[in-house]
Design a protein around this ligand. Sequence first.
Ligand SMILES: *Cc1c(COP(=O)(O)O)cnc(C)c1O
Length: 438
Amino acid sequence: MADAIDSTNTPTPRRKPKPEKTSVGGRELSPATLMMGHGFDPALSEGSLKAPVFLTSTFAFENAAAGKRHFEGITGKREGGADGLVYSRFNGPNQEILEDRLAIWDGAEDALTFASGMTAICILMMAYASAGDVIVHSGPLYAASEGFVSKVLSKFGVTYIDFPAGASPQDIADTLDRAKCQAGETGGKVAMVYLESPANPTNALVDIEAVKTARDAVLNKPCPIAIDNTFLGPLWQRPLDHGADIVAYSLTKYVGGHSDLVAGSIAGAKHWMDPVRALRNTMGGIVDPNTAWMLLRSLETVELRMQRAGENAAKVCAFLRDHPKVTGLGYLGFIDDPEQQNIYDRHCMGAGSTFSVFLNGGEAECFRFLDHLQIAKLAVSLGGTETLASHPASMTHLSVPPERRAALGITDALVRISVGIEDAGDLIADFEQALEYV
Ligand SMILES: *Cc1c(COP(=O)(O)O)cnc(C)c1O
């Protein structure tokens, strides 16, 4: 029998040579600049300035040895994924360009994109958790994430322990200790520490550095710290700089930013991404090429949009704070708790544009306020160009048991607002007239 063909020496035509240059004349380029061209070479697409949408289910190999080499990447025989395109459940040009650009914002080595934020989070957890393992998470989480851990992973023998988002370093370490004991009893390991910060809708912040210190002290086996950064990322919080290993996003929110698509992503070091990529290759769930293309457009303006939304939120909150019908504000720009302020100062570069307002009254008063808004739309979701308002107790958090809702501070008087990029004066006029109905 003839020797196996050595696939390593075949030249590899790439969408763009790697690693790509990210500096000019010794100056490191900022993400805002790199969003216009990074990862795409017009010469490989008929000179098209913008990447075309690559609608294809499969890719032609330049020769058989290249096909072999690409499959070595897909099957994990070669590190770091495929170095060529194979089949659209695994990867595609639009998705790869998007992943390269997303990684830049978080200072990550690699990123993976998904059909939704929840697809990203579910595949991430499944890739790391086995029967007998324990997941430690901060609370509250996005309701579907919390449900996936407690109702779905539990079917496969994975248990969990949670701690409140504002927990002290000691409480976090104690929780990890208990999780380690629990894993010992069930014959598994602590598979992941999963965080969400700030928590929704309370805006309580998790001390990521304290979680890393506790993980390093308490857990000996490698256990990734993952964090859902949807509320402040990518502009206002870079969790990988503070000890997180994996950052997760619903790209549906600020990154997509126009309330016209659903997608998700994770980013981190290649060795953390590889098991997740392998499971995504098996299951599917990669973002589709058209949505990836729309996200490339969104990324060109993400900094502009988030800056403007952040400035608007600061103005709107300054107005709301002094209004007689407003009894409280859950806004990261006005924190009263010194511990929370300390976390904010270490972790955050901005207060965001999603916050909660407590009105003088209950459900009836909140509903009157919501029903009289003329600019802000009454809808769940956040991070879009337009301002949205909702009532968590009767909408996004309706399924949360009343005792847990009370413990989390989600009262009937709470309205959640995601401020967009409209004129701030117009938004203030809208809130002012709607507050008259409270
Ligand atoms: C919206 C959201 C998700 C889920 O994202 P989808 O894109 O809707 O699947 C997860 N986490 C947070 C914090 C979110 O706001």
